[in-house]
Write a protein that binds this ligand. Sequence first.
Ligand SMILES: [Zn+2]
Length: 241
Amino acid sequence: MNTNQNTNQEQKKHFLTSHKSIRFTAALCAAATLAGGVAYAATPDTAAAAPEKTLVSEAADSTFTDIIMTTYDAQDPSSSDLIRLRTAMDETAISLVVIHNKMDAAMEMQNHIPSGWPVDSRIVSTEFNPTADPSISDGRKHEGMDISTKSQIIPIYATATGTVVTANYDSGYGNQVIIDHGNGFTTLYAHCNELFVTAGDEVKKGDVIATTGNTGWSTGIHCHYEIQLNGVYQNPRDYLA
Ligand SMILES: [Zn+2]
């Protein structure tokens, strides 16, 4: 620390301890000094008998609130401004925590809604066709969407967070996984080669739960992907974004 800095520190200390009525301004100046290195050279005319207080701005990790409260004096009417300011800052901090928690909860709810593709392939070989509309794909009734892959080692991802309720072999669906997402949504991934989960497992959105295969009633390597909401089949196309 050079001579000028020493002088400046002495001026700050004298300034802060010289008179109660200027402490609030002093705190703001100290905060400004911390924030931007702003120097000031105010020197009061009179020195009061107030007890000397440590200049907290010398501590590297001091917060604005710390600085203000070192100048708080319950006997000093001007300190009521400090109390109000601290209360406002505390309330702001509490509000930010509440907002943060609500955002976390909203994001967690969002994770329980199916979204995105269950495999990295974008080759849709058969579209969703729950009413056997002859204009869709091959016109057969199809309550899911088939996404073809070129090999059997392509990972299948859970499209939402939830609990595995079924992980077994079915003569039609082959090796299948069904996940309950706890909000009316279930997803099903069928014709898998290998399953990596068992019933009861908790999975997160994006977890690899199986690999694509050609098991069950299937004529090629693909993932048959279904989404139900409250027991009603949904078009997976509406949930790919
Ligand atoms: Zn299918």
